[in-house]
Design a protein around this ligand. Structure first.
Ligand code: PNS
Length: 162
C-alpha cells in the first residue's frame, strides 16, 4: 500500500476533513496531513494553531502524521515518499477546481496520483469558511468540527454556541 498526502489549509480542521483523513488512513499504509503555509491567504488561525488542532484530532490515528508545506504540493509529496494526494469532493462545484489542480499536478509529476473520495453526505455542505462564519455570527458549530476546534473557535471569535 502506498503512502498518501491529505493537503489543505485546515483553517480550521472540520469533521469533513476528519472523515477524509480517517478513510485515507484505512486505505494507505501511511498518511501525511499536509498543512499549507500560504502567506497570500488570510487565515483565522496561525499555522501553529492549525497544526496543533490537526495534531490533537489525529492523535488516535497511528499511521497518520502531520507536516507543513510551502511551494508545490507534488514536491512535498515526493519528499514525504507519497505517491497519492487524497482530496475530498463535496459537490459538483468542487469538481472544476479540483480537476484543474489534479491535471496540473499530474503534469508536474506523473508519479503522484490524485485520488478523490466522495465526502460523507452529512458533510457535503460543510467547509472551514462556513464554520468560521457561523462561529463569528454566534451560531453553534457543534457536530461540524471536533470539540477541541469548537473550543478554539470560541476562544478566537467568542461565539455563543456550545
Ligand atoms: O484547504 P484548501 O485551502 O482548499 O487547500 C488548498 C491546497 C493547499 C491543497 C492547494 O492550494 C495546494 O495544493 N497548494 C499548493 C500549491 C501547488 O502545488 N500548486 C500547483 C497545483 S495547481
Amino acid at each position: 500500500m502506498p503512502n498518501a498526502i491529505v493537503p489543505g489549509s485546515f483553517d480550521p480542521i472540520t469533521n469533513g476533513h476528519v472523515d477524509i483523513i480517517e478513510r485515507a488512513a484505512h486505505q494507505f499504509e501511511h498518511v501525511t496531513v499536509a498543512v499549507a503555509i500560504n502567506s497570500a491567504k488570510t487565515s483565522l488561525f496561525t499555522l501553529d494553531e492549525r497544526v496543533r488542532m490537526v495534531e490533537d484530532v489525529c492523535k488516535p490515528l497511528p499511521n497518520v502524521s502531520i507536516g507543513t508545506f510551502t511551494g508545490l504540493l507534488v514536491v512535498y509529496a515526493q519528499e514525504r515518499g507519497a505517491t497519492a494526494i487524497v482530496k475530498g469532493l463535496r459537490a459538483v462545484s468542487d469538481f472544476e477546481y479540483e480537476l484543474q489542480m489534479a491535471l496540473m499536478n499530474r503534469r508536474l509529476c506523473p508519479a503522484v496520483e490524485t485520488v478523490f473520495m466522495m465526502t460523507g453526505a452529512e458533510y457535503s455542505y460543510l467547509s472551514s469558511s462556513v464554520v468560521k462564519e457561523i462561529a463569528r455570527l454566534g451560531g453553534s458549530v457543534e457536530g461540524l468540527v471536533p470539540d477541541i476546534v469548537a473550543r478554539r473557535l470560541r476562544e478566537q471569535v467568542g461565539y455563543a454556541g456550545r
